[in-house]
Design a protein around this ligand. Structure first.
Ligand SMILES: [Zn+2]
Length: 280
């Protein structure tokens, strides 16, 4: 599933292709793709795209309607969701869930924005600004890890019950982290993923906050990790998967100490760690 660095990369690569363009002719090819706000779709006709940004693992397209009322498209890409801009006339295919025409002023070539999703777990919500507060998923999201000092990340973790990796995966504790960046940041911080968070203490948790930020920043610099079929909005793969220290490497040797990496299950997720470098 695309995590924070991948969705950030999609936002950064999508923005230059869509900013300032006007949306027209929204088309729903799969009703399941619209989780909320279907009745607002007609209002998008002529709406100008003002911003493309990310919150947690959500990609947000903010637009101003013809009467200047703001309206947002919130996409959760889940397992296999993708956003691509195509030339006018491009045919939708069996995995295309939504399409939007994008026009610019003065008129140049028309473009099409496709939301494709092979597995169909992804969704789009059309929302007025005031509706975000009533969306329980949104309202419960924890802080952004790259906008929170490592010491504050540690404070959020220090007195919670539960295994440290389970807390990192909990979007209400800290937003945007999934299996890849939980495993990689715990390795970097030298912490075993199955240890109880309230046993770690502030210094080690602050080190984890630092490690988490370093791993996320480095992945964004490399345009995210491409495992399975993640691509950015220009169709390019990320490169961070080439530098994984533990994720997906169970049974291989630790790149630092040479010990065989081990696998366990935490929070129902396959977890890989180094028994030499990571301590309880
Ligand atoms: Zn090691």
């Amino acid at each position: 599933m695309p995590e924070l660095p991948e969705v950030e990369t999609v936002a950064r690569t999508l923005a230059p292709q869509v900013l300032g363009r006007r949306i027209s002719a929204p088309r729903i090819l799969d009703p399941k793709a619209i989780q909320a706000g279907r009745e607002l779709l007609p209002r998008l006709e002529g709406a100008r795209i003002e911003a493309v940004r990310r919150r947690a693992k959500l990609l947000l397209i903010n637009a101003a309607c013809a009467d200047n009322e703001p309206l947002s498209l919130a996409f959760h890409l889940k397992m296999t969701g993708r956003l691509f801009v195509h030339p006018a006339g491009t045919e939708s295919h069996k995995h295309t869930r939504l399409t939007f025409c994008l026009q610019s002023e003065p008129e140049d070539e028309e473009r099409l924005l496709f939301f494709d999703d092979v597995r169909r777990f992804g969704y789009c919500r059309v929302m007025r600004p005031e509706e975000f507060a009533h969306w329980s998923f949104w309202a419960a999201l924890g802080p952004e890890p790259l906008e929170t000092p490592p010491s504050a990340i540690a404070e959020r973790l220090v007195s919670r019950r539960g295994r440290i990796k389970a807390l990192l995966l909990n979007q209400e504790v800290i937003a945007g982290i999934g299996n890849i960046y939980a495993d990689e940041s715990l390795y970097k911080a030298g912490i075993r993923p199955d240890v109880q968070a309230d046993r770690l203490g502030l210094p080690r948790l602050t080190a984890l906050g630092n490690a988490l930020q370093e791993v996320l920043r480095e992945s964004i610099r490399q345009c995210g990790s491409s495992i399975r079929d993640y691509r950015d909005a220009e169709g390019n793969a990320g490169a961070f998967q080439n530098t994984f220290m533990v994720y997906g490497r169970s049974g291989e040797s630790c790149r630092v100490c040479g010990k065989k990496l081990r696998k366990c299950v935490v929070a129902g997720r396959t977890t890989v760690f180094c028994p030499g470098c990571q301590k309880a």
